[in-house]
Design a binder for this molecule. Sequence first.
Ligand SMILES: [Fe+2]
Length: 491
Amino acid sequence: MADTPFAAPAFLPTPDSGGAPPVQGLHLTFGKDPGSQMVVSWLTDSPVKRPRVMYGTLEHGLGAGAEAQTRSYDDGKSGRTVYVHHAALSRLTPGTDYVYIVSHDGASPDSGMFRTAPRGRAPLTFTSFGDQSAPQVTWAADGTVALDANSTPATKDIVTGIEQVAPLFHLLNGDLCYANLDVDRVRTWNNFFTNNTRSARFRPWMPAAGNHEIEKANGPIGLGAYQTYFDLPSTETDAELAGLWYAFTAGSVRVIVLQNDDNCLQDGGDVYISGYSGGRQLAFLEKELRAARSSGDVDWVVVAMHQVMISSSDANGADLGLRQKYGPLFDKYGVDLVVCGHEHNYERSLAVRGVVSGSETLTPNPVSQATDSIDTSLGTVHMVLGGGGVSGTTNQSFFKDGTGKVITAVSATAGSNGKRTSTYVKEQAVWTGVRDLEHPYGFAAFTVDPGRHPGDTTTLHVTYYNVNKPHGELSVFEQFTLHRKRSDGPR
Ligand SMILES: [Fe+2]
């Protein structure tokens, strides 16, 4: 990289470009290789000229530049067009801090910093939650100001919480902002990014699309807005499916992100899209899992998705479609950890493998009763992290009699509410580990201890934080560890 001084003058507004829209919603996502690639993205409400990023290390300054590519979509409800500019930075140095400035002609520059992922077995921390919403302000008829119906103070406070932990990256497990429920979907998305940019400009927030990202009249399966806002490290060659599932490696952690509405039964979005990929997503999942488990560089296999395979809450319930399709693959390839959302509460499973013999609901089979120190080479731990800020919390809805409920079928057609009706079957929740009955909001932080030598034990230290009233103070609800043998020892 050229050793040049601060290059900000290139970004000063040009006098003849009046009316250029401001940079909004600056956010980061990893490229295919988080050690050397980062995508810098921002929004505008009209077209811009020469969207670009200058970047470099603290030591060497802003010596490198990248042009951004602009994607747009026409919101099928309002008719408005949204422009999102994505600049792919490459050839970065692993484990290194960078500064960057973004702009387009006529706009005041905006800026951020980030750290690239380390290579190999290095300590790192990531965080996760789902079901956030956007702190949208509405004006009632009497002139009072109120948060949007889906928002709570935690919608904002949880972002501050993530910044207090300052992870390398964050996994955002779907139902990002519930724009599909709002009068003005474009405004809601904008507020979502405005709320999160104070963290997402400093560290990648890696999303999984949930059922509330499915928007009527936006793209072939309703995920067109999501696919425009994020430029994700997808390997999918069908453009209509690009960015909906992807995988990346940070240190010794392989993260596989799924879009569950393809594989679940429940009708949770504006459009019912079950089976939309024609098996492409499952093929991707198996290929990724096989590669991860045969790699001597990957210890931890983490799946991030939205809907759940476990729930003992009388809310959505677990989904049999996911158990049928994902369960055998998670077992075969020894997935360590699944993080999800959808239920607006916190619950985690024991280590599970296989199903309880003869269970109609394919009840996950606990292989251990351990909750403090869990060997994930024996079974997968599922974590429901749906307390990301949205209203309608369900921590009061946990079954108290040791049962759970499972969606086992949906009706062939939609009812008067526009949704297919779910059929539920109760089961004994023999798999449940820990539930937070008291607090609605929180997130999990995961810190990798990579161990010291080939074949050593590696540990994932997990902390679940509550985000509390009145100002978002964090408190620790619980801490536990996952462990397994490193994959670089004798097989
Ligand atoms: Fe959901």
